[in-house]
Every structure is written in C-alpha cells, then in structure tokens.
Design a protein around this ligand. Structure first.
Ligand code: NAD
Ligand code: AHE
Ligand code: ZN
Length: 369
C-alpha cells in the first residue's frame, strides 16, 4: 500500500515528505496506522549522523500512537481496530531478560531492530523500488508502519492520542527513571540536568514520589517556568556561575543530592551530574544519549566514596505490561501530558518540529497525519 511519510534520505538533511510503499505484515507483524507522533531529541540525534546505529535512508520516529489495520499470521494479542503505542523496547515475556525480573531490556527483536529491519532481516518500506530502513522498531514518521507484535502496547481507545503518544518515549522514560531506576523516596533531594521533555517528566515523577528539593538545571532559562509548574523547587542556569555546576549544586545542598538525572546527552554534564551526588549514597542516572565515540569519565574516588552511576532505557518500563496502566493514569490526570505538547503540526510541517527543538522553543511537537 501507499503511505505518506517523512523520509530521512541522508544524515543532516531535512526530512522529505514523500509517498512510500509499505508491504503487508508478515508472520508475527502488525500493520498500524499512526495518527500522532511526537518528535524526540533521539530522532534529531540519529538524523544528525551521530548515532552509531544510524542508517539511511530511513523512516525515523519512535514516539507514536495509532490503530491496528491488519495483523500477520500468528498474531493474537492485537486485532484490527485496537489502539496501540509502538514500543522501541519490546516485551516478549519469554527471553532471558524479560523473565529475569531485573530489566525491561527484552532481546526478542533488538538485534534486527538495530539493523533497521524486521525480525526476518528485510524491510517493509520502499521508495521508488529501493528499500528504506526501519527505525527503533517503530518508524512512526510514516502514516502506515509495520511493527513486531511484541513491540505493541494495546491501550484504552478512549485515550487522547495527541497526548498519549508521548508515553511512547519521553514522558514514560522520565517518570520511569524516577520510580524504577533511581527509586526516589519521599523527602529525597533531586537534581535534573536538561529540561526538555525528558527532564520535565523526571520532575513530574519526582513530585509523584514526594521528593523534597527538586533542582532543575538548564542553560536555557526559558525552560524554568515549566520546570516550576511541574514541581521544581529551585532553577539553576550554569551560565550564571563561574564555578563548575557540580560545585554549585553541592554548595546549595551541603553534601550533594540523593539523586541526579542527566537528560541532555552531554558527557561533561554526565560527569557533573555524578559529582553533585551525595557523598556516601548519592546516585546519578544517565538518560541522555551521547554521540559516537563519546565516553564518560570521573575520578574513581567519586565512586569509592559511595556514589553510584546508573543508566536507564525507556525508564525501565516494560511496555506491554505497564504502558496500558500508565495510559489509564494519564486519563485519570495522575500523569500530566498536555503541558508537554507545546506545538502541533501536520506531517508536512515536521521539519519545523526539529527547528523548534534545536532553537529551544518547544518541549514536544506532536505531528498528526
Ligand atoms: P531536548 O532537546 O528537548 O532537551 C534537552 C535540554 O537540555 C534542553 O532544554 C537544553 O536547553 C538543555 N541543555 C543542553 N545543553 C545543556 C547543558 N550543557 N547544561 C544544561 N542544560 C543543557 O531533549 P529531550 O527530548 O528531552 O531528550 C533529552 C535526552 O534524552 C536526549 O539525549 C535524548 O536522546 C535522550 N533520551 C533518552 C531516552 C532513554 O531511554 N535513555 C529516552 C528518550 C530520550
Ligand atoms: N543507538 C544508540 C543508542 C541510542 C539509545 O541509547 N537509545 C535509548 C533510547 S532513546 C529514546 O529516545 C535506548 O533505549 N537504548 C537501549 C536500546 O536497546 O536501544 C547507540 O549508541 O548505538
Ligand atoms: Zn525518544
């Protein structure tokens, strides 16, 4: 079938809106009509050419909501008409990782997903006869996409797709990082580096956990108003200080914070986030994604003296078993999604979403088909 899509033909170039061909779903696969998709910084990261797994030409997008159109042979957990959120972290329920009870990092389709193809090693997308790569197992920048059954969460059809698409990545990642990865407790102090969709969701999660002090840090002070609205108690612009930001946070708190979160993808800030964690027990969670060749470093003494360095993917959330409940939470107002959607546009305007992100003017742009 034909589908309107925003295709990344080459790194660093704007997406092109074209009509692509989408082949029917094979066994274990599902054809989904995407109605809405958020634009996450990770899409921009891969488009920039910095992603070691980046492949072109590709249909990007991984923060979507849609409706099942057709299922392939053997698919039983979803049916045409079901409302779904595609998952870049699948949940097969059977692999070593799913059954461990320790992680959400399912391996069922991860290897082929990273190669931009479906589990059988081929693509369902083509343009003018040439194959296009899939992205993160989702490719939500095409109106019609094919995903593995294990990469779909079935959600309440009454939910607003313009909002719950954000549970496909940003908001779930930030909130999950607080509850599943850091396990923030009542009264704990928190520092959040980077106040985009991810950092603001961390702040929302920290407030849910009844954290005490929530320090929001960004070099763009226009982000502070929203951070306060979500529960930040202090807002800090590193540009206002001569000392390194970790020293500023340690001085503000006495010994550092109980939990810090890096939500930028900058390895220098990852170091600062670790070094502003409390001596003896403070922990720092890396959420940001850093480019090819980047490495983190600190003095080992920082860990010897009790700090813990951690990371999280999709906030540790198991998509098929936990995302439907998070959608219900959002419908009850226990997870706030609307304030994240600062801009909406039709598919034709998707490059504007990337511009707004780079200019620091948006939190989330949501594209509708
Ligand atoms: P965003 O671009 O919307 O927000 C980033 C924020 O960081 C901006 O407000 C920017 O002003 C701020 N910033 C930039 N440099 C800074 C600095 N030196 N000090 C302080 N603030 C600075 O991005 P986003 O969509 O919120 O994503 C954030 C990061 O999280 C990205 O790296 C993205 O790839 C990653 N991510 C990871 C996961 C995961 O599962 N681990 C999921 C989603 C996104
Ligand atoms: N492909 C990159 C890494 C990209 C990355 O870390 N992705 C995050 C999700 S970002 C969502 O916006 C993630 O979940 N990673 C775990 C996984 O299995 O992909 C690289 O460095 O190769
Ligand atoms: Zn994302």
């Amino acid at each position: 079938m034909k589908s309107r899509a925003a295709v990344a033909f080459a790194a660093g170039e704007p997406l092109k809106i074209v009509e692509i061909d989408v082949a029917p779903p094979k066994a274990g696969e599902v054809l989904v009509r995407i109605t809405h998709t958020g634009v996450c910084h990770t899409d921009a990261f891969t488009l920039s050419g910095e992603d070691p797994e980046g492949l072109f030409p590709v249909v990007l997008g991984h923060e979507g909501a849609g409706i099942v159109v057709e299922v392939g042979e053997g698919v039983t957990s979803v049916a045409p008409g079901d409302h779904v959120i595609p998952l870049y972290t699948a949940e097969c329920g059977q692999c070593l990782f799913c059954t461990s009870g320790k992680t959400n990092l399912c391996t069922a389709v991860r290897a082929t997903q990273g190669k931009g193809v479906m589990p059988d090693g081929t693509s369902r997308f083509s343009y003018e006869g040439q194959p296009l790569y899939h992205y993160m197992g989702c490719s939500t920048f095409s109106e019609y996409t094919v995903v593995a059954e294990v990469s779909l969460a079935k959600v309440n059809p009454e939910a607003n797709p313009e909002h719950v698409c954000l549970l496909g990545c940003g908001v779930t990642t930030g909130i999950g990082a607080v509850h599943n990865t850091a396990k923030v407790q009542e009264g704990d102090s928190v520092a959040v580096f980077g106040l985009g969709g991810i950092g603001l969701a961390v702040i929302q999660g920290a407030r849910q956990a009844k954290a005490g002090r929530i320090i929001a840090i960004d070099t763009n002070p226009s982000k502070f108003e929203m951070a306060k609205r979500f529960g930040a108690t202090d807002c800090v612009n590193p540009k206002d200080f001569d000392q390194p930001i970790q020293q500023v946070i340690v001085e503000m708190t006495g010994w550092g914070v109980d939990h810090s979160f890096e939500c930028i993808g900058n390895v220098q800030v990852m170091r600062a986030a670790l070094e502003c964690a409390h001596r003896g027990w403070g922990q720092s969670v890396i959420i940001g994604v850093a480019g090819a060749g980047q490495e983190i470093s600190t003095r080992p003494f920082q860990l010897v003296t009790g700090r813990k360095w951690m990371g999280t993917a999709f906030g540790g959330v198991k998509g098929r078993s936990q995302l439907p409940g998070m959608v219900e939470d959002a419908m009850r107002g226990e997870i706030e999604l609307a304030p994240f959607v600062t801009h909406t546009m039709p598919l034709d305007g998707i490059n504007e979403a990337f511009d707004l992100m780079h200019e620091g003017k948006s939190i989330r742009s949501v594209v509708h088909y």
